[in-house]
Ligand binder design. Structure first.
Ligand code: ADP
Length: 157
């Protein structure tokens, strides 16, 4: 029943971590800071259907900012503005959470941050012989967390 589903969602909430609900980084749609905002980029963004786009930069594809698609509506693709330039005006610093953050803590962090409900998920990689380093393993949004709470697919428009 719906009640039962909601209850089991609540019970899992402080036990499950965002690792289990995130979108793996390989599946994330992101764009390069070096790209131009032209028709091709606009089409790719519209086709992705996402409302927030992480921007990667440099050979390590570090993600520090994201773009909110609705802000791009004010720009003309004819101008071929570099994404890097757009970031200076509209870029939002991206939040980070560790992959073992529990869903209740993630919900609180999203509430506290109060904006752009998307975070990068990182873990400490100490698999190799070298020094441990932070590795980005996914992205998580408020929707991923809430969906788990109500244990049902949220139908998005
Ligand atoms: P949107 O508003 O863009 O549809 P939601 O926050 O509603 O995003 O999330 C819907 C699903 O899409 C979630 O599983 C989330 O992890 C995933 N998602 C959100 N943005 C991206 C993106 N840029 N690339 C890949 N997956 C994403």
């Amino acid at each position: 029943s719906a009640d039962h589903k909601l209850l089991s969602g609540v019970l899992d909430f402080s036990r499950k971590s965002i690792r289990h609900v995130m979108t793996p980084i390989a599946k994330a749609f992101s764009i390069s800071a070096d790209a131009l905002f032209d028709y091709e980029t606009l089409e790719a963004i519209m086709e992705s259907g996402y409302s927030r786009i992480p921007v990667h930069d440099g050979p390590d594809r570090n993600i520090d900012y994201l773009l909110v698609v609705k802000h791009l509506a004010l720009l003309s693709p004819e101008d071929r503005t570099p994404i890097r330039t757009i970031l200076q005006f509209y870029g939002k610093p991206v939040q980070r959470m560790f992959d073992d953050t529990t869903l209740d803590k993630a919900l609180n962090q999203f509430k506290r941050a109060g904006h752009s409900n998307l975070a990068l998920v990182q873990r400490v990689n100490n698999d190799g012989p070298g020094d441990p380093f932070y590795e980005t393993v996914g992205i998580v949004t408020l929707e991923d967390v809430i969906e788990e709470l109500i244990m049902d697919e949220i139908v998005d428009e």
